[in-house]
Design a protein around this ligand. Structure first.
Ligand code: G4P
Length: 563
């Protein structure tokens, strides 16, 4: 197969959802269709492993999930699908956000009885910021659902994306009988299956006027569906592939993952309408050892030189594999095992010998990979999140997304004898991007202010310091719940001139960009009201500039809660 064919057949996606909407179930059903049948039915094992408490063992299991299933690759009807799994627990959202930088599309799962939930909204925002196409499964249609038109309306108003239903549910809850495929004008009848649909569901196809359908669907449901479909045809958004590719329209599928119903329609539709690996943007940046900065440009996926970036680092908690894996998204060229590339942040040459594909608990050596693929590189303590690896030194990716932290704490060493090990370990973990760190005025001495999306990330830091660096640490509370980056302004030279509520502090991030920390929404709103000339952002300024989006969150409680 030629390089162009290899690239064209690849699809790299992540599934996003609020916990319990059915992400795990859908993942496993995809694997079932992709031929990895032995994995289907293990929902329960993974479910058991999902952390819902802050107990350490639970975290370990949680990490276990994300290690064992980080990238699932399967073939389906000629396509090579890379499905990037994301941790289910909200405290690991930052991991999820980063994984989303490595995909070309997202599949959003929504519980038909609940609609758009908090976590869906946050993850959706991260995808939208990157403009990736978003496909939607409205799941659990075998159970009573909310009015489907109301669900579409919610997608449009809450998420601000056009919803274009590809198929439409017939009946609701106990009377659910299937979906009408608007593209083919055919009906796919639903059959409840024993055992939660462990095998491919048989799909019977009939026309909308089919007597067999009328025999199955009660009159009320048929009348409702007919009326709804007429409304959609008249007033709904027509399917617009260009809008889908631009991330402005989401194709909507109704189905039931547990029953395998509608899943193959979704997978086929996704593969038909999604995009192959998209070119990435290389920025202008001074890389060590180069005489001049790299030039900003799009790097074509078909470029003959390999390039990729690290989007996730996983320290393995499994005692059998106590090591560290950097996950690299291949962006251009062909990856081959043992190749020598440049690690652009340090300018050093590195040989990529220990390359793996991770599937379930298994590790398989990867000899070759193409744009869209993910390679796990074992060892390489020098790699950090966002680092570029390339054969072409003129490429420098800037895929280091940072996200607004929601929890803050001071970390310190517990013993002077361990201080050196503690400092080395913490520096390494910060470089990896396990948590963010900030400098604030008047911080207690010998502490580092660390920040994350969820407190379990702090526990991971403490555990890793102990396990990998033999350094105990102490965590003490810090009084803030919100952080904003602030645009440069002459008034920042004299902080006493800025009116703030009590408990508000000024500081800066590791790139010396100024930040303001707030104890609560009220103090943030007060700041905005009293200092209208100072502009606050939920993201670091360079990210705001890149996204060019409304992330310029001049605050207010709503913006304060935005991702
Ligand atoms: P998540 O990864 O998004 O958190 O969700 P997961 O797949 O674990 O699904 C959450 C619950 O919803 C599970 O039930 C799962 O069986 C159920 N579920 C998933 N898809 C469907 C569907 O199409 N219809 C119905 N009725 N249920 C569905 P559970 O009781 O929490 O776990 P289990 O005992 O079934 O494993």
């Amino acid at each position: 197969m030629s390089p162009a064919q290899q690239i064209a057949r690849r699809r790299t996606l992540a599934i996003i959802s609020h916990p319990d909407a059915g992400k795990t179930t859908l993942t496993e059903k995809f694997l079932l269709y992709g031929g990895a049948i032995h994995l289907a039915g293990s929902v329960k094992d993974r479910k058991a492993a999902r952390a819902t408490t802050s107990d350490w063992m639970e975290i370990e299991k949680q990490r276990g999930i994300s290690i064992s299933s980080t990238v699932l690759q399967f073939d389906y009807e000629g396509h090579a699908v890379n499905l990037l799994d994301t941790p289910g627990h909200k405290d690991f959202s930052e991991d999820t956000y980063r994984v989303l930088t490595a995909v070309d599309a997202a599949l959003m799962v929504i519980d038909a009885a609940k609609g758009v939930e908090v976590q869906t909204r946050k993850l959706f925002e991260v995808c939208r910021r990157r403009g990736v196409p978003i496909f939607t499964l409205i799941n659990k249609c075998d159970r009573p659902t909310r009015d489907p038109l109301e669900l579409l309306d919610e997608l449009e108003t809450v998420l601000g994306i056009q919803a274009s239903p590809i198929n439409w549910p017939l009946g609701n809850g106990p009377s659910f009988r299937g979906v009408f495929d608007r593209l083919s004008s055919q009906v796919h009848l639903f059959e409840r299956m024993a055992g939660g649909g462990a095998y491919k569901a048989p799909v019977k196809v009939a026309s909308i006027g089919d007597a067999a359908l009328r025999a199955q669907l009660d009159e009320l449901s048929l009348a409702a569906a007919t009326e709804q479909l007429a409304m959609l045809d008249g007033a709904g958004h027509a399917f617009d592939l260009a809008a889908v590719h631009a991330g402005a329209q989401s194709p909507i599928y109704f189905g039931s993952a547990i029953n395998n119903f509608g899943i193959e329609l979704l997978l086929r539709g996704f593969l038909r309408d999604s995009v192959p690996p998209a070119p990435r943007h290389s920025i202008s940046r001074m890389a060590p050892g180069l005489p001049a900065p790299t030039t900003a440009r799009e790097v074509p996926v078909a470029h003959d030189k390999f390039s990729g970036f690290v989007f996730k680092i996983q320290a393995n908690m499994d005692p059998k594999h106590r090591d560290r894996i950097a996950f690299v998204r291949v962006c251009s060229g062909r990856f081959t095992r043992d190749m020598t590339v440049t690690h652009q942040r340090t300018g050093k040459s590195v040989r990529l010998s220990s390359s793996h594909k991770l599937f379930g608990q298994e590790r398989e050596t990867v000899d070759e990979a193409w744009p869209g693929d993910i390679v796990g590189l074992v060892g390489h303590s020098e790699f950090g999140i966002g680092d570029t690896l390339t054969e072409d030194r003129s490429i420098f990716y800037d895929e280091i997304p940072r996200f607004p932290s929601e929890v803050f704490a001071y970390l310190s060493s517990t013993s002077p004898a361990e201080a050196k090990k503690y400092r080395t370990g913490l520096a390494q973990l910060l470089q990896e991007g396990v948590v963010q760190s900030f400098q604030v005025r008047n911080a207690p001495s010998d502490t580092t202010l660390i920040a994350a999306v969820g407190t379990l990330q702090f526990e991971v830091v403490q555990h890793r310091l102990r396990a990998e660096y033999k350094a105990d640490s102490r965590l003490s509370p810090a009084p803030w719940t919100l952080l904003r980056w602030i645009e440069p302004h002459p008034r920042l030279a004299d902080l006493s001139s800025i009116v703030v509520a009590s408990g508000v502090s000024f500081g800066h991030d590791k790139f010396e960009q100024p930040v303001v920390l707030f104890p609560n929404d009220w103090s943030l709103n007060y700041f905005v009201e009293k200092n209208p000339e100072l502009r606050l952002h939920t993201l670091p300024l360079e990210q705001v500039a890149q996204s060019g989006s409304g992330q310029s969150a001049q605050s207010g409680a709503n913006a304060a809660n935005a991702v």
